[in-house]
Ligand binder design. Structure first.
Ligand code: SAH
Ligand code: SF4
Ligand code: F3S
Length: 450
């Protein structure tokens, strides 16, 4: 079937583009690593169909937006860019496709269908593997297509298609899909469906293929990786991945504090390839707010978990996500968030102002925090976080660390610290080299390779 598509599409190039050149695609990705990985898979499908990647959307025959709706701002960005494309569509011919999480929301696909008639194809996260069929219907059949039906089980197409990966030396590998946690503010379980774990065999096979292809770093992906429930649990999976030859570093995200077991802490301590960095979303410091959010841990439990981790894994870097101004958050609640920030000393943080998402329980709340207070809290939070992050980086000055090269003069430490370095010789991406750190900033350090 794939071959059919390729030959037919290449043969009908004239439909899309001038004189016999191969049709080009451009994918713009919003949102989390899950979406980034999905985009790589869809790029793999498009390459199989005979398309080549375009450097810019302005010259692409198929423009695909892989969207996110976790916050209103994410959606606004998509809608803003769509209006630019709408104007472009009056000037030249191309196929415009919108996929990902946004159309998965209740009523959204209808809204896109009715109000954004220049969009040729609307599809979802559960049927992204049908992209070739959908495009075929648009291009060959002249149809406008809207389909967000769920597949039974997503066939993991494109996972081992080397052509579709963005980086040669590192790759994300989904170990699970969806989320069952239903945090009160969050749209993800509503748009990504229930938690499904992939089989150990599939995951390991994919990682072996990647390793053979030169990949050195694997990021195990899921909304809540430590609730992985395949034939083994997550700690055991880490051990199996650790045995794959050629892989030098293993990362994972995201971890939910409620499922971070002592067994996992021990695995991080004992497995040298597992990087000493954990992304551990706090969301809020107040136990009352955490209960409201349905996070299933208390402030003290979170702090105790971090202390156990720090004790078992010296110099472990803890990064986090924090939401300010959740409905009903008082000054005292917010002080609890600042207190956790001071005690844990995060090495990195994504900070957000609460954003109402229709269809979530929190969207029913009327005790909203004013915009003014939300902004003040946001600023106070970053004023607390950033000096700590700088101090953590300053402690690295004068020391030598192993850095995995990502591109010329840029790489990452085991604990994920970004390093800009001066190289004494040329290096290839994926190589691990020693770098002496000489300067520290909030978001990165600089050094010289030794
Ligand atoms: N599964 C991951 C995170 C997924 S979404 C986890 O549980 O940590 C990424 C981050 O977006 C969340 O950690 C949260 O901090 C933020 N977020 C999610 N919904 C939000 C909302 N409605 N308003 C503001 N931030 C939100
Ligand atoms: Fe959203 Fe919570 Fe699931 Fe993370 S764990 S994706 S915040 S519902
Ligand atoms: Fe956004 Fe969907 Fe990820 S809503 S954060 S792209 S799962």
């Amino acid at each position: 079937m794939t071959l059919d598509f390729r030959y037919k599409l290449t043969a009908r190039n004239d439909l899309l583009s001038d004189g016999g050149r191969r049709p080009r695609f451009f994918i713009r990705t919003y949102g989390c690593q899950m979406n980034e990985r999905d985009s790589e898979k869809m790029a793999g499908l498009l390459v199989q169909m005979g398309f080549v990647a375009a450097q810019s959307q302005d010259i692409a025959d198929v423009v695909l937006y892989n969207t996110c709706c976790v916050r209103e701002s994410a959606e606004d960005k998509v809608l803003g860019h769509l209006s630019v494309l709408r104007r472009q569509k009056t000037e030249r011919q191309f196929v415009l496709a919108v996929g990902g999480c946004m159309p998965q929301q209740k009523n959204m696909e209808q809204l896109l269908w009715d109000k954004h008639k220049y969009v040729d194809l609307i599809f979802g996260t559960g049927n992204r593997h049908r992209l070739p069929e959908f495009l075929w219907r648009v291009i060959e059949g002249g149809e406008r297509v809207c389909d967000i039906s769920e597949g039974d089980e997503l066939p993991e197409i494109g996972d081992i298609d080397v052509a579709s990966r963005e980086y040669a030396f590192k790759a994300g590998v989904n170990i699970m899909y969806g989320c069952d946690n239903f945090c009160s503010y969050c749209i993800v379980p509503h748009v990504r469906g229930r938690e499904r774990s992939r089989s150990v065999k599939d995951i390991l096979e994919e990682i072996r293929v990647l390793a053979n292809d030169g990949v050195k770093e694997i990021m195990l992906l899921g909304q809540n990786v430590n609730s992985y429930a395949g034939e083994v649990n997550f700690s055991e999976l880490l051990k199996l991945v650790h045995d794959v030859e050629g892989i030098k570093r293993i990362r994972f995200m995201t971890s939910h504090p409620k499922d971070f077991s002592d067994e996992l802490i021990a695995a991080m301590r004992d497995l040298p390839k597992v990087c000493k960095s954990v992304h551990l979303p706090l969301q809020a410091g107040s136990t009352r707010v955490l209960a409201d959010m349905n996070r299933m841990y208390t402030k003290d439990e979170y702090i105790a978990l971090v202390m156990r981790l720090k004790e078992a894994v010296p110099n472990v870097a803890i990064s986090t996500d924090i939401i300010v101004a959740y409905p009903g958050e008082t000054d005292d609640d917010f002080e609890d968030t600042l207190d956790v920030v001071r005690r844990v000393r995060f090495s990195g943080a994504f900070t957000f102002i609460y954003s109402k998402r229709s269809g979530t329980p929190a969207a029913e709340r009327t005790d909203l925090v004013s915009r003014k207070v939300a902004n003040e809290r946001f600023d106070r939070l970053t004023a607390e976080l950033y000096p700590i992050m700088t101090e953590i980086n300053e402690a690295k000055i004068g020391k030598v660390f192993d850095v995995m090269v990502e591109e010329n003069g840029r790489g990452r430490m085991d604990d994920h610290t970004l390093v800009h370095f001066i190289a004494t010789q040329s290096m290839t991406a994926g190589e691990i080299i020693p770098v002496r750190i000489d300067e520290a900033k909030t978001f990165y350090v600089t050094g010289v390779s030794v």
